[in-house]
Design a protein. Structure first.
Length: 58
């Protein structure tokens, strides 16, 4: 894996960490306002990581 700033390794690790956090939110938090806010924030960061990758490639 390439862990350079523009490498795929960093993006992969970041998305895996966000996925693990999403599973932890799903398993540990009670449904409600705070769980929904956490889902929105995790989704925002995941989209931001993916868009950043497309910006570097294109």
């Amino acid at each position: 894996m390439d862990f350079a700033p523009a490498g795929n390794g960093r993006m992969t690790v970041a998305l895996v960490v966000i996925g693990i956090l999403a599973v932890l939110v799903w398993r540990t938090m009670e449904p409600g306002k705070f769980q929904s806010l956490t889902w929105v924030l995790l989704g925002f960061f995941a989209v931001r990581i993916i868009l950043g990758r497309f910006r570097r490639v294109g």
